[in-house]
Design a protein around this ligand. Structure first.
Ligand SMILES: [Zn+2]
Length: 117
């Protein structure tokens, strides 16, 4: 994937995510602040929890996209941050926010699993 193409995709997704985050936030400002019974309160709390989780995921994704845009601007897009090798084209096609080549990424995955135990 070429940097220009990645930038276009990144900017489009960033904009969409912004919109979704705004909508998710509005959902709760528009919900009336009263409930007729406890069941309704807990449903509301569950919905709010799901909503908050989605907002957090999207916010984390926005950070990744911003980091990718920064790498594109600095001419570092497509190069592994760990070993400096070129990131596989296939990998970038599926994960344009990839910071590492498959080798470094697999290594990190196994390290994380090892130390998580
Ligand atoms: Zn690497």
């Amino acid at each position: 994937m070429q940097p220009n193409e990645a930038r276009e995709i990144a900017l489009r997704e960033y904009k969409n995510n912004e919109q979704t985050i705004r909508e998710l936030r509005n959902e709760f400002t528009n919900t009336p602040g009263f409930a007729s019974d406890e069941g309704e309160v807990s449903t509301f709390e569950q919905m709010r929890a799901v909503n908050t989780a989605r907002i957090n995921n999207l916010t984390a994704r926005q950070f990744d996209i911003k980091a990718t845009l920064k790498r594109i601007a600095e001419d570092e897009f497509g190069w592994c941050e760990k070993c400096g090798a070129e990131i596989e084209a296939e990998r970038l096609e599926t994960v344009f926010t990839a910071e590492n080549c498959s080798t470094c990424s697999d290594l990190q995955y196994h390290k994380d699993r090892h130390f998580a135990q």
